[in-house]
Design a binder for this molecule. Structure first.
Ligand code: SF4
Ligand code: SF4
Length: 132
């Protein structure tokens, strides 16, 4: 799994290596974590080319396929939010293939992990470069 964080406000992309294991604290499953999905024809390469994008995009590359998560955040104001039904105690019981794609890869950067005090993942910066 290759992970990159595109910061269009800082004009910088960082490749991270994720270290450690999930300690199954369950904290990221109990709150409403949201992100924006790119429309099918928008990705970071296009964003780089036209320079019209702002915010932060986490890119996860698995088996040559890219997944993009724009502006990952906690939303404490979503009145429709329901705790995940697959969380039993502190364990995830999602074994039927319906698991949210974000759950497979979260956290994808120190910025994501820092949202949760107990998160046991750590990140090492591999390299970074300017977007332009
Ligand atoms: S599917 Fe599993 S990992 Fe995802 S929010 Fe629910 S309990 Fe957590
Ligand atoms: S906050 Fe981190 S350690 Fe806790 S369940 Fe989520 S990914 Fe695992």
């Amino acid at each position: 799994m290759l992970i990159y964080e595109w910061d269009f406000d800082k004009n910088e992309v960082v490749q991270w290596e994720r270290r450690g294991e999930c300690n199954q604290c369950g904290d990221c499953c109990r709150v409403c974590v949201k992100y924006n999905k790119p429309s099918e024809d928008i990705n970071v390469q296009e964003a780089t080319a036209n320079g019209n994008y702002h915010g932060i995009c986490n890119q996860v590359q698995v088996d040559g396929k890219d997944n993009y998560f724009w502006d990952v955040r906690i939303d404490n104001n979503d009145k429709d939010f329901q705790p995940c039904e697959d969380l039993k105690g502190n364990s995830c019981f999602s074994h039927n293939g319906t698991r949210e794609v974000l759950c497979r890869y979260f956290p994808m950067s120190p910025r994501n992990a820092e949202l949760f005090e107990q998160c046991s993942y750590r990140f090492e910066k591999i390299e970074s470069w300017e977007i332009d």
